[in-house]
Design a protein around this ligand. Structure first.
Ligand code: NAP
Length: 486
C-alpha cells in the first residue's frame, strides 16, 4: 500500500519562537518530513520569528543543525533538505515591542494569496500580546489561523482570560489549540474503530463494559524541566488535557458528522457529564530516589514540594450510556515503562459454562498509543491439545506497523498531521475554547481539595507501577490495573 498524500494550498507559516526547543525538536522536523512526503507546496514559506537577530542564512544553519540532531544526519535527504532550507526565512520580531512587525507584514504581503498561519511556540504570557499585534497591524486577515500550544491556562479563570484575549482578535474558527495527543494515529483510529465498525458500538456501554482504564505512563522523571513542572504537576500537565481528551473520545456519543464542531460538541457533552470526583477516588504520588537517581523534590529543585508526579482517579460519566461503568485514569513519571493505552474491559459472560475459565478472562479491547501503536483484542479460547476443555486468555494483536507494512513507516507524527490540518483549515483534532474551560471547571475542585488538605503526595518507587493507594483504588472494587509494560 502506498501512503496517499493530499497536497495543501500554498501557505506562509510564521513560527513565533522558531529558535526555541519545541520548534527545533518537533515543528521544523515535522515540516521537513511533510516535504519528504511531497505535501509541501513549492512556494510555501516558513518564516521563523523571535527576538534573536538572525539572518535567513543564520536561521537556515540553525534549522539544518536541528534536523541533523532530531532526524539524524544520515537520515536526511540531501536534495529535500536543500529545498526545505530554501523555503525558510527569518524575521526578527519582539512580541512585546515594536521591532519587526512592519517588516513581517511587508514579507507576508509579498504573497497575498497565501494562507497565513501563525504558530505561537512561545511562553503563554505572550499569546495575548502576539494575537493583539497580529490583529492591530493588519498582519492577520479574516482567513488567517492562529495556533496555540499548551498550557492553555492553569485554571478556569486563566483559561477564560486567555480565550477572551484570543477572541478579541480572532474568530473561534481561526483558533487552533494543540493537544498533540489528538494528532496521534491511534487516537483517530479510536474513532474509526468505534464508528466505522458495526462490531463494537452495540457493546460500547455500561451494559457490556465493566470498566475502562486510561494510562499514560512515562519512564523518565522531570529532570531538566523540574522547576517548570513543579508549578503544574501531573494533574495540570497531563490529566486536564491529554487524559481528558482520551476519555472524551472513548466515552462520547457518535457525532452526526465527522467534522470539527460535531465532534467537539460530543466531547464537550462528556466533560459536562463528569461527576465531581470524591476525594477518596483520587491518588497523588511523588517518585522516590533510587540508588543512582534523585527523588522528585531534588529534580524539582524544591525540597518541600507537594506537587504530584503521579495521579490516579476513578471517574464517573453520569449519562445513560455509562452510568455504573467507572473510568480509571492514571498518569505518572518514572514508572516501569513508557506506555499510553486505553483498555476497555468487558463484563464476564453472564453464565459460566466452563469451570476452567482463567481468572480475569474477560474480553478487553486495548488501544495502544505508544509504544508500537496498535490494537489488541483479548479473547478466551481453548488451549490446544487433548485433556478436556482448558481455556486460555490470548491476544488478537494488530500492530499498525505489521498490518500496514511500509505504509506505516510514512505515517506522519502528531505535529506533522496537526500542522497540515491547520493549513487545510480542519479543526476536528483541536480543542475548542469551551472544551478547555469545561475541562478546567472539572479539574479545579480536585486541585483545590488537594491544596486544602495540604498533604504530601504518597511516595512511590521509581521504576514501579505507582503508589500503593493507586493499586488499592482498583482492588477495593475487585479490579486491578493492567501491567505497565517495560
Ligand atoms: P523555549 O525553548 O524557551 O523557546 C521560546 C522561544 O520564544 C524562543 O525562540 C525565544 O527566542 C522566543 N521568544 C521569547 N520571548 C520572545 C519575545 N518577546 N518575542 C519573540 N520571541 C520570543 O520554549 P519551548 O520549549 O520551545 O516552548 C514554547 C512553548 O511551547 C511554551 O508555551 C511551552 O510551554 C510549549 N510547549 C513546549 C513543549 C516542548 O517540548 N518544548 C511541549 C509542549 C508545549 P528569542 O529568545 O530569540 O526571542
Amino acid at each position: 500500500m502506498v501512503s496517499r498524500v493530499i497536497p495543501v494550498d500554498p501557505f506562509d507559516l510564521v513560527i513565533f519562537g522558531a529558535t526555541g526547543d519545541l520548534a527545533r525538536r518537533k515543528i521544523l522536523p515535522g515540516l521537513y518530513r511533510r516535504m519528504c512526503a511531497g505535501q509541501m507546496p513549492q512556494n510555501a514559506r516558513i518564516i521563523g520569528a523571535a527576538r534573536s537577530k538572525l539572518t535567513d542564512k543564520g536561521f537556515r544553519d540553525m534549522v539544518r543543525e536541528a534536523l541533523e540532531t532530531f532526524i539524524g544526519k544520515d537520515a536526511l535527504d540531501k536534495d529535500v533538505t536543500k529545498t526545505f532550507l530554501g523555503q525558510l526565512h527569518y524575521q526578527h520580531v519582539d512580541a512585546s515591542g515594536e521591532e519587526g512587525w512592519a517588516d513581517l507584514r511587508t514579507r507576508l504581503d509579498e504573497q497575498p494569496d497565501h494562507i497565513r498561519a501563525f504558530y505561537l511556540s512561545v511562553a503563554p504570557f505572550l499569546f495575548g500580546e502576539i494575537a493583539g499585534r497580529l490583529s492591530s497591524t493588519g498582519i492577520a486577515t479574516s482567513t488567517s489561523r492562529i495556533v496555540v500550544e499548551k498550557p492553555l491556562g492553569h485554571d478556569l479563570a486563566s483559561a477564560q482570560a486567555l480565550n477572551a484575549q484570543l477572541s478579541q482578535c480572532f474568530d473561534e474558527s481561526q483558533v487552533y489549540r494543540i493537544d498533540h495527543y489528538l494528532g496521534k494515529e491511534t487516537v483517530q483510529n479510536l474513532m474509526a474503530v468505534r464508528f466505522a465498525n458495526a462490531l463494537f458500538e452495540p457493546l460500547w456501554n455500561a451494559r457490556h463494559v465493566d470498566h475502562i482504564q486510561i494510562t499514560v505512563s512515562e519512564s523518565l522523571g522531570v529532570g531538566g524541566r523540574g522547576a517548570y513542572y513543579d508549578k503544574s504537576g501531573a494533574m495540570r500537565d497531563m490529566v486536564q488535557n491529554h487524559l481528558m481528551q482520551l476519555l472524551c473520545l472513548t466515552a462520547m456519543e457518535p457525532p452526526a458528522q465527522y467534522s470539527a464542531d460535531y465532534v467537539r460538541d460530543e466531547k464537550l457533552k462528556v466533560i459536562r457529564s463528569l461527576e465531581p470526583v470524591k476525594p477518596a477516588d483520587t491518588v497523588r504520588g511523588q517518585y522516590r530516589a533510587t540508588a543512582t537517581e534523585p527523588d522528585y523534590c531534588t529534580d524539582a529543585e524544591n525540597p518541600d514540594s507537594t506537587t504530584e508526579s503521579y495521579v490516579a482517579l476513578k471517574v464517573h460519566v453520569a449519562n445513560w450510556r455509562w452510568n455504573g461503568t467507572p473510568f480509571y485514569l492514571r498518569t505518572g513519571k518514572k514508572l516501569r515503562g513508557r506506555m499510553s493505552e486505553i483498555a476497555v474491559v468487558f463484563k464476564e459472560p453472564p453464565h459460566s459454562l466452563f469451570p476452567t475459565l482463567p481468572s480475569h478472562a474477560t474480553n478487553s479491547l486495548i488501544i495502544r498509543l505508544q509504544p508500537d501503536e496498535g490494537i489488541t483484542l483479548r479473547m478466551t479460547i481453548k488451549e490446544p491439545g487433548p485433556g478436556g476443555m482448558r481455556l486460555v486468555d490470548v491476544p488478537l494483536d494488530m500492530s499498525f506497523a505489521d498490518a500496514l507494512g511500509p505504509q506505516s513507516e510514512g505515517m506522519p507524527d502528531a505535529y506533522e498531521r496537526l500542522i497540515m490540518d491547520v493549513i487545510r483549515g480542519d479543526q476536528t483534532l483541536f480543542m475548542r475554547g469551551d472544551e478547555v474551560e469545561a475541562a478546567w471547571a472539572w479539574t479545579d475542585p480536585i486541585i483545590a481539595e488537594w491544596a486544602e488538605r495540604a498533604r504530601k503526595p504518597q511516595p512511590y518507587d521509581a521504576g514501579g507501577s505507582g503508589p500503593e493507594d493507586a493499586l488499592a483504588l482498583l482492588h477495593r472494587d475487585g479490579r486491578r490495573w493492567r501491567e505497565i509494560s517495560v
